[in-house]
Ligand binder design. Sequence first.
Ligand SMILES: [Zn+2]
Length: 284
Amino acid sequence: MPLMKTGAILKLARENGFGVLATNVLNYETILCSIRAAEAERLPVIIMYYPGYESFIPAEAVALLTRYEAAKTWVPVGLHFDHSKSVEQAMWGLRTGYLSVMIDGSAHPLEDNMRDTATVVRAARAMDVEVEAELGFVGRGLNPDDVNNPNKFTVPGEAERFVRETGVDFLAISYGNAHGDYISTPMLDFARLSEIRERVNIPLVLHGSSHIPDEQVRESVRRGILKVNVATEYFQTFYKGLYGVMKREQPGDTYKSAVEEIRQGMIEFIQAKMRVLNPAGFSL
Ligand SMILES: [Zn+2]
């Protein structure tokens, strides 16, 4: 089927009590394995390009490959442009045919973040594209201050105002989550998540789901998270698969045989993540 809009995928998820996995991709394997896993689980998936991966693959190539693979499968596939750090970067995502773009102004003061988000929302509306923004700062899991300092977490009252005044479609929030590996086991602030959920009716997004214990991810979905981003653990799964193949040193192994084996591990990883987000076992 053609690509499905992020909002439509998240609406389906809300109506059926599951969270949607959004995977960062940087080559054909990471796109393909996400879609194969979605088929096996009979669930939608959102493919995301991070505009810092140009040295691995161009944004245009991810858009083309994802569109091509989506057309060949029956599960809904979304195409999202992740973490634009400026209005100009978000425009790149818009021009390149992404169906939703993120403008991440979370490192800037609230008023600047709101201004940039509203600017991107206006441009995106004209092109029928949806917009994700971030409020509160989702930093790096290896930086203790990003994980433990509640001053970096999303303030529920600010979230309400932010959404009302910018018209944004989806909101990434900070409640103890962070990108990459974590310095210690994360302890998400669920009371904060619930309070944000009460004040904000648009879909909420969890960034940095890698290495958050499954039970906390599940509880996040129960309390209203609809889109869950994963990158680090997915890429680590690729690396572990590669390491396994290399360690074995089997005569006759080639790039092709290695890729087949690595793909299988990646598909299984994505399937397992999808099950964590789908406590009621919904399937299409
Ligand atoms: Zn992120």
